[in-house]
Design a protein around this ligand. Structure first.
Ligand code: TRH
Length: 364
């Protein structure tokens, strides 16, 4: 598997999902390695992979579970065998693996199979540019196996004319640590505060941080009850923000128990995502019984999944502010549904796992 990083600061939903698929596939391979393309693993990350050993990129090791740093790769090479198969996620890891597979073709007469775990429509992360063109170029529906994170995303690809001959689709599920925390919360519910949690990631444009701030500012100026709310930002923000009518308290990236505790005790969550993928936070917030504000995009409308989710159609600061006002009003009148999605038979709360997909892959 080629991955950007396994370090905690990069370990959000996408990388966690890739690691889960890797672990399910690893059971079917005599040896596996994780090749890290962007950041060398730190000690804490290596401890989370205690069944793997760290191997220098140039050594031809026999270890059955390896972690290889390949971030510092100028002028260096990596051993590749005829039987190596590739699992990628994030377009630049796919780009690299496709070139490694072409090298196998030249050397050994056959390229290794490539499984592309597609977790978003990545050309959309850039303006029309070299990057967007390269990202688009990594979609090879005639050659690679696609594993789509959500039916929504698979349908979006089909709408773009990208129809993979070999494709598998899964619905993501609540992370095990969060599931455990949710069970505890349901057994012993805690009082909720008049607190709003916003998913704030200024470094990932798809999470629309500027729109979020502008919507909060409009809400702050237009709704007198906003002054009673505490607004906290989870994700990446490390210093508090003064938006004028209201302040955002920065929480940075929380560990999962602290994140679960925050969701269990807060009333409203705002989590935007300019992409056909739902992203995990709106589903997690809804699972923990919060009133959630997110946005529609192309074929995505999470409002269909839960009465706890308000999915704005018009992606404007005014529309988002109006949705926040509405949810805040429901909280004041205690009209909100604080049942988790658990009662709604949503796949996000199902058992999940990649066993079924891996079995089907082995059969095809
Ligand atoms: O990996 P992500 O940044 O998102 C990716 C991309 O958005 C990609 O486009 C998407 O398709 C893919 O995931 C599935 O993660 P995301 O979805 O934003 O989820 C964040 C996760 O991080 C969530 O599971 C909870 C966790 N988290 C923390 O551990 N601490 C925190 O403080 C917060 C806010 C979240």
């Amino acid at each position: 598997m080629l991955l950007p990083s396994i370090n905690a600061q990069h370990y959000f939903g996408g990388i966690h999902t890739a690691v889960q698929l890797y672990r399910a596939l690893a059971e079917h391979f005599p040896a596996t390695r994780i090749i890290l393309m962007d950041s060398a693993p730190d000690d804490a990350a290596l401890q989370r992979f205690s069944d793997h050993i760290k191997v220098c990129c140039e050594s031809d090791s026999d270890a059955t579970r390896q972690i290889v740093s390949f971030n510092d790769r100028y002028g260096r090479t990596i051993p590749v065998g005829a039987d190596d198969c590739w699992l990628t996620t994030a377009w630049w890891t796919t780009y690299s693996a496709q070139r490694l597979a072409a090298w196998q073709q030249q050397q050994f007469g056959a390229a290794g199979q490539l499984i592309n775990l597609i977790q978003d429509f990545e050309p959309g992360f850039y303006p029309w540019s070299s990057q967007s063109a390269l990202a688009l170029g990594t979609y090879r529906p005639d050659q690679d196996i696609a594993v789509f994170n959500t039916r929504l995303l698979a349908d979006y690809f089909a709408l773009q004319g990208l129809i993979y001959q070999h494709r598998f689709v899964f619905e993501p599920t609540l992370n095990d640590e969060l599931r455990h925390a949710l069970e505890q919360v349901r057994a012993q519910p805690q009082p909720r505060q008049r607190r709003m949690v916003v998913y704030a990631r200024p470094s990932t444009p798809r999470n629309a941080f500027e729109l979020l701030c502008e919507a909060l500012r409009i809400w702050g100026w237009s709704d007198p009850t906003s002054a009673r709310w505490e607004v906290v930002a989870a994700g990446e923000l490390t210093t508090d923000l003064d938006l004028g009518p209201l302040k955002i308290r920065a929480l940075g990236k929380l560990d999962l128990p602290a994140y679960a505790q925050l969701l269990a005790t807060s009333a409203i969550g705002v989590s935007l995502m300019v992409s056909p993928h739902p992203s995990y936070p709106p589903l997690e917030m809804a699972a923990f019984g919060m009133g959630v504000i997110t946005n529609q995009f192309a074929n995505k409308d999470l409002g269909k999944f839960s009465p706890n989710i308000r999915s704005v159609e018009q992606f404007t600061p005014e529309a988002i502010a109006a949705a926040i006002t509405h949810e805040a009003g429901r909280w004041e009148k205690r009209e909100m549904l604080f049942d988790s999605l658990l009662d709604m038979d949503h796949p996000f709360l199902g058992e999940g796992g990649f066993g079924e997909i891996v079995r089907k892959m082995a059969m095809s």
